[in-house]
Ligand binder design. Structure first.
Ligand SMILES: O=C1O[C@H](COP(=O)(O)O)[C@@H](O)[C@H](O)[C@H]1O
Length: 242
């Protein structure tokens, strides 16, 4: 695991973008495609600023969701809706709607999760567990990541690639989430976090190693990065002005 502490949020975005650019370059060079998972929340705002600045062949990207809210795309809670607005419709990057593997709309979460897993299987036809090139993760103030919340039974899900949740403690309650076997099979996982509101939780995860959802992200044979700014890392031993 690499913990990279930088001066401020802008530098978190710059470092995150650098890792994305390099991981995409390697994947496209090796296999002609880049299969990446996006989270929502603050990560979406980081990507809205960072992605337009990277050098990559966006036509080779397919984007999946680490988690998604089961709401219509025009609902402000829709993570795809957010990316559609900030990246696609704005023309910020040459990505198309079809490059995002989206959840089905207007169906219950369990139906949406099954249908999503089937769509993902089309991209990983022979896999027991899919291996994403890169997963971009966020960490909520309660230590959740994807829609895997502290103490929830979904933390123990071992067979599904994507699972429904209908009692998310953070609204909206209905969501579809990637499960740990998939998260921890990725080539590269990156957490990006900025701001003092995240500082206590980052200490509990990285220093105290409390058993919280984000702590359980440990790629079995991949790389894990935490990119955090000085505010979020204020209870860690090192601070930096990179
Ligand atoms: O609800 C969610 O929250 C997490 C964390 O969001 P943040 O705004 O605190 O960074 C996010 O990673 C996840 O995708 C989202 O659905």
């Amino acid at each position: 695991m690499s913990v990279i502490i930088v001066e401020n949020k802008d530098k978190v975005i710059a470092k995150l973008s650098e890792i994305i650019e390099e991981t995409a370059r390697i994947s496209i060079q090796k296999r002609g495609k880049f299969l990446v998972g996006f989270s929502g929340g603050s990560l979406a705002t980081f990507l809205a600023t960072g992605l337009p600045k990277i050098q990559t062949d966006f036509s080779k990207w397919t984007i999946f969701f680490c988690d998604e809210r089961v709401v219509p795309v025009n609902n402000p809670d829709s993570t795809f809706g957010l990316y559609k607005k900030t990246l696609i419709d704005s023309g910020a990057v040459p990505l198309k709607d079809e490059q995002f593997v989206q959840i089905e709309q207007g169906v219950p979460a369990d139906v949406a999760a099954r249908a999503y897993e089937n769509k993902v299987r089309e991209h990983f036809p022979k896999a027991n567990t899919p291996r994403f090139d890169l997963l971009l993760l966020g960490m909520g103030p309660d230590g959740h990541t994807c829609s895997l919340f502290p103490g929830h039974s979904l933390l123990e899900e071992k067979s599904k690639w994507f699972a429904p949740i209908t009692d998310s403690p953070k609204p909206p309650p209905s969501r579809v989430t990637m499960t740990y076997p998939v998260v921890n099979n990725a080539d590269v996982c990156v957490f990006a976090a900025a701001g003092k509101e995240k500082a206590d939780m980052i200490k509990r995860i990285l220093v105290d190693k409390e058993d919280l959802p984000a702590t359980r992200v440990r790629p079995v044979s991949g790389d894990l990065y935490w990119i955090i700014d000085n505010d979020a890392g204020q209870f860690l031993n090192t601070q930096t002005s990179v």
